[in-house]
Design a protein around this ligand. Structure first.
Ligand code: GTP
Length: 651
């Protein structure tokens, strides 16, 4: 039976326009290739391509080094997109990706490429560059045998280049070094080749120089992928086995899972089993992403494709799961570490009448973003809401922007907090909390000091690459942020790579922005998990006119308590608009008031004296006031702008 989706594909193909249903929930359109290019075809049948002619690879790079642009050129090279289509960053299909110029969601495309009369199937995974989405990179690499490590020939090796290289090398993948943007006036391919040789041991002759923007050198990249990336080790006669490495939700077909078939084959109507849950499902749809969905009757070992079955929720599509045929046991494929939230924030409707619609919007978005964790939460001031866990602050911002853009659902986001831990003692307390070690993802749940033997704080290993003239200010910044230096290496005559162990809490909110400003934009930063260490933590509570505002509470290191308290009081004084009453802002730590500010009331009503001819101006002012009020929240009888909660923690 044809699904509505497939029907649309078929009807509109004749009009050379394709409507497709993207993981971003909306219907989108894209022009199909105008013409087949000789020897390369988007629609050439790739189902018969044997495993030895398949190459599964990913492009990894620091943010903005040109991954999506190179992906465009590869799509054109394989005839999946016309050279003159005028479309850019085709695999970045979400509105937020296009507006911010970043990749948020990894995407896949199966490309047919003809070389010396042989058709190769190139499975490309485009991955996000920002550190928050490193987990997407790691997932995509599980389906690859090789990577293209793309480096901007002007900017040189950056922090994420190093992190991504180690990720790929750690998985024993073939790494193809490529220098991009050689067309730029200030590009210095020799210097950057030197860095690649020194840091990663590449041979200079192996480094390919390209301009993804103008397409120069891209054929070389394709040739090298075919020559150097090994074909997937696929046994098509073995029982079916596949790695589930991504999923999204389609309102008509339910969960769509992206799988890498390692053994055997699966066809329509087969019953497949999730090794993780033991549940079995009937296969209702199979296909390749080229990059639009192209249905097939079966998926074969070596291929990367999508499967739809009667999975109702993306929660059932466990990332890293092994799928196999019913009654045909297999050994599990090596999975990978699930995404772990690094930042938590409370998300509340702007007014409680919006609760149901915001809940529906969050549920839908989470269906396509399984990295977000959701738990119910309530607050005396903000009502019923949720505590959401994100991979980082950018992830949080992107999520709330998508709520607004894709669902028209505005939300109040409370100050972000990292997950601390506490070791508690006393049999009664351990029973109450369900264990001796508890995770504190919400400062409001900070346990009483009398039952805690130790607090633990999450740490990261931060890698910074900077021109050496900024090394002093970068080091000062890291020290200020309670960092401990681990190593320092010169990667060429003027650039140095330093590693610091830093508390996650200190890097999560504004570290990146300050680093950019102290290094005139030249330093880059990446971090990885470094476990938990014991730490002296206290809860900082804010009182507005004597009333505790739980949503503004935060957990800080004791050495930071006084400064943070002062900064928060000043920031609140700046952010809260003057009101009819005087507002006292107090910060309390361990029962003592450590900082205080006073916000004076309005002198007079600015609209009161506008008569007669000023009617329009008065209406305009009243309208502006009403608009402003809509974006306010009443806490302790005080109107707080929505942004207050997230703004106060920024420096
Ligand atoms: P993220 O998705 O955010 O990780 O970025 P990305 O690595 O996918 O980079 P993207 O392809 O979005 O390119 C970033 C910018 O560099 C865009 O403005 C591109 O037009 C530009 N760019 C990419 N390749 C080249 C090139 O070869 N030459 C020049 N001059 N500009 C390029």
């Amino acid at each position: 039976m044809l699904t509505k989706n497939v029907l649309n594909l078929q009807i509109l193909r004749s009009a050379r326009v394709l409507f497709y249903f993207s993981p971003g929930i909306r219907w989108r359109w894209r022009r199909l290739p105008a013409q087949r290019q000789s020897g390369r075809s988007a629609s050439s049948d790739v189902s018969g391509v044997p495993p030895e002619d398949i190459r599964n690879f990913s492009i990894i790079a620091h943010v903005d080094h040109g991954k999506s642009t190179l992906a465009d050129r590869l799509l054109e090279g394989a005839g999946a997109m016309a050279r003159d289509s005028g479309r850019h960053q085709v695999l970045d299909s979400l509105q937020v990706e296009r507006e911010r110029g970043i990749t948020v969601k990894a995407q896949a495309a199966s490309l047919a490429y003809v070389r010396d009369g042989r058709t190769y199937l190139l499975n490309l995974m485009d991955t996000p560059g920002h550190v928050d989405f490193a987990n997407e990179v790691s997932r995509s690499l599980a389906a690859c045998q090789g990577v293209v490590l793309l480096v901007d020939a002007n900017e040189g090796v950056q922090a994420q280049t190093v992190a991504n290289f180690h990720l790929a090398a750690g998985k024993q993948l073939v790494v193809i070094p490529v220098l991009n943007k050689v067309d730029l006036k200030h590009a210095d391919p020799d210097r950057v080749s030197e860095q690649l040789t020194k840091l990663f041991g590449f041979r200079k002759s192996d480094i390919i120089k390209i301009s993804a923007k103008f397409g120069t050198g891209v054929d070389d990249v394709i040739r090298t992928i075919i020559e150097r990336v090994p074909p997937p080790p696929a046994d098509r006669s073995a029982p079916f086995r596949a790695l589930l490495f991504d999923s999204w939700y389609d309102r008509y077909r339910g969960t769509v899972s992206l799988v890498y078939v390692t053994d055997g084959s699966v066809k329509m109507g087969d019953r497949i089993v999730s090794l993780h849950s033991g549940k079995n499902y009937e296969v209702r749809g199979l296909g390749l992403l080229r990059p639009h969905e192209e249905p097939t009757d079966q998926l074969l070992a070596g291929q990367v494709g999508y499967v739809t079955c009667n999975m109702r929720s993306t929660k059932e599509a466990h990332i890293g799961d092994t799928l196999h045929l019913k009654d045909c046991a297999v050994t599990p494929l090596p999975g990978f570490r699930p995404a772990r939230p690094m930042v938590y924030a409370g998300v509340y409707p702007t007014d409680q009448s919006q609760h149901l619609s915001l809940r529906a919007a969050i549920d839908k978005l989470v269906l396509n973003d399984s990295a977000v964790s959701v738990a119910n939460e309530s607050s005396p001031a903000l009502g019923q809401g949720w505590r959401l866990g994100f991979l980082g602050l950018l992830h949080l911002e992107v999520f709330t922007q998508r709520l607004d853009q894709e669902f028209d659902a505005q939300a109040i986001v409370t100050a972000p907090s990292v997950p601390y831990k506490a070791t508690i003692f006393g049999a009664k307390n351990i029973k109450k909390y369900g264990g001796s070690e508890i995770v504190i993802s919400n400062p409001a749940h900070f346990p009483d000091l009398s039952i805690v033997s130790e607090f633990l704080e999450p740490m990261v290993l931060g890698t910074i690459i900077t021109p050496d003239k900024y090394l002093g200010s970068v080091t000062t910044l890291c020290m200020e942020k309670r960092g401990e230096k681990k190593s320092s290496t010169y990667i060429d005559n003027e650039r140095v790579m330093v590693q610091f162990i830093l508390p996650l809490n200190e890097v999560v909110v504004d570290f990146h922005d300050i680093l950019k400003s102290v290094s005139s934009g030249y330093a880059s930063f990446d971090y990885e998990d470094y476990g938990y260490v014991p730490s002296k933590l206290v809860k900082l509570t804010i009182l507005l006119n004597g009333v505790v505002v739980d949503e503004l509470a935060t957990i800080v290191h004791i050495s930071r308590a006084y400064n943070t308290a002062r900064q928060m009081c000043l920031k609140l004084k700046d952010t809260i608009p003057r009101q009819m009453i005087q507002i006292s802002i107090q910060a309390v730590v361990q029962g003592k008031i450590v900082a205080r500010e006073t916000l004076q009331p309005y002198r007079k009503d600015v609209t009161a004296k506008l008569y007669g001819g000023d009617v329009t101006r008065r209406m305009k002012l009243l309208k502006q006031q009403a608009e402003g009020k809509k974006k306010m929240k009443k806490v302790a009888n005080i109107e707080l702008p929505h942004k207050t909660f997230i703004e106060v923690l920024k420096r």
